[in-house]
Design a protein around this ligand. Structure first.
Ligand code: PLP
Length: 396
């Protein structure tokens, strides 16, 4: 290759600018070049900060991590390629053979699968108990219980865990309390203010909010645990891509507004559905008829959540009529999108359970979970009214 700058492959220096970009620049570079081996020593030995290889960290990841840290009142959190990789970092990065983990019995499906299949394969025992019943949780504690993993609001029946009781239990048994805060978000609930040791998020859902990026986050209160999470994440390759981080940051800029708007609409929708002929029951933690209402008010204040579940009086035929008539709403197994989405657990998240197991959880063929988005509230209520009427008409 000719020794003239124009013919070099890399690097072309960036044009200088006295002004700076308003938007975080996207930095897809996998590698970072240093001036000398001495300069690299300075970096590796912590005398100066610098990036080396993007699996170990990159600017877009650090920008998102800092924003999430601030929202959770924490520091030193890690951003990972999906919510499940954050769950993996915590379970696989901190536990060892012979340890025992106690989980809530209505955790996210893949978290349940990791508890049931993968941890036992590695010699880590697991058990599940109802997080609304602290006595049941206490009965499942063993001398080797190192971790308790719970979600605040369960999917899809929106039960609210007894976080105060579980936090006390974690403390007295010396186990780390890990809270998956995906449904509640730091807008409604800050786990570190309620005794959590570690917080996990699927940033894919409400935080990023646009169903165009998968991302996860985990952070511990103890900096030593954050170091272990970071090292395991780098070793296991759980790193998120810079572009996904960039997209997530863009989504998070409007998170507070989106959350407030969708949860206000959710509260209205819950009351509206409860008054419709064709709806058997509505589950929304901020409604007085919810089984955990008092606890929801205590834990979530007036924020509630953007999820509403309800049961049609009819069965599968009504459910089919409902999704068909719910014009403009996506029937899709996700949550937290800017658009309202409908989920039917019997045919999706809970299809592997026997009908009897589903019935025990209160999940019938007429059961739906709604993740409320940003539609005009009146228009959304009208669509729901029409769709419930179509479901009613389809009853056999
Ligand atoms: C979606 C979800 C996860 C997993 O997140 P992904 O980004 O899909 O990997 C974990 N926990 C909860 C509560 C979730 O809703």
């Amino acid at each position: 290759m000719k020794n003239s700058r124009g013919s070099l492959v890399r690097p072309h220096p960036l044009p200088g600018s006295a002004s700076r970009p308003v938007v975080t620049p996207l930095s897809p570079s996998v590698v970072y070049a240093s001036d000398t081996p001495d300069a690299l020593d300075d970096q590796y030995e912590g005398r100066v900060f610098g990036y080396t290889y993007s699996r170990e960290g990159h600017p877009n990841g650090d920008v998102v991590a800092a924003r999430l840290d601030e929202m959770e009142g924490a520091s030193g959190g890690i951003v990972t390629g999906s919510g499940m990789s954050a769950v993996s970092a915590v379970l696989l990065g901190l536990l060892k053979q012979g340890d025992h983990v106690l989980g809530g019995n209505q955790l996210y499906g893949r978290s349940l699968r990791m508890m049931a299949e993968d941890l036992p394969r590695l010699g880590i025992d697991t058990s599940l108990a109802d997080p609304c019943d602290v006595d049941a949780m206490r009965a499942a504690i063993r001398p080797e219980t190192k971790m308790i993993l719970v979600e605040v609001v369960s999917n899809p029946t929106l039960r609210v865990a007894d976080i105060a009781g579980i936090a006390a239990l974690a403390k007295e048994s010396g186990a780390l309390l890990v809270i998956d805060n995906t449904f509640t978000t730091p807008r409604a609930f800050r786990p570190f203010d309620h005794g959590a040791d570690i917080v996990i998020h699927s940033v894919t859902k409400l935080l990023a909010g646009h169903s165009d990026v998968m991302l996860g986050y985990a952070v511990a209160r103890d900096p030593a645990l954050n170091d272990r999470l970071r090292v395991f994440g780098v070793t296991a390759g759980l790193t998120a891509s810079p572009f996904d981080c960039w997209l997530a940051e863009r989504g998070m800029l409007s998170f507070d507004l989106r959350f407030d708007r969708s949860q206000e609409t959710a509260a209205r929708l819950a009351d509206h559905l409860a008054g419709l002929d064709g709806v058997k029951r509505v589950l929304y933690p901020m409604r007085a008829d919810h089984p955990d209402h008092a606890r929801a008010v205590q834990l979530l204040g007036d924020q509630g959540c953007n999820m509403v579940s309800f049961e049609l009086t009819g069965g599968r035929a009504s459910a089919n009529a409902f999704t068909k008539a719910a014009d403009g709403l996506s029937f899709a197994p996700t949550l937290g999108d800017v658009g309202t989405t409908l989920s039917h657990p019997a045919s999706s998240s809970h299809r592997a359970l026997t009908p009897d197991r589903r019935a025990a959880l209160g999940i019938s063929e007429g059961f739906f979970r709604v993740s409320v988005g940003l539609e005009d509230p009146d228009a959304l209520l009208q669509i729901m009214t029409d769709a419930v009427a179509a479901a009613r008409a389809a009853e056999g």
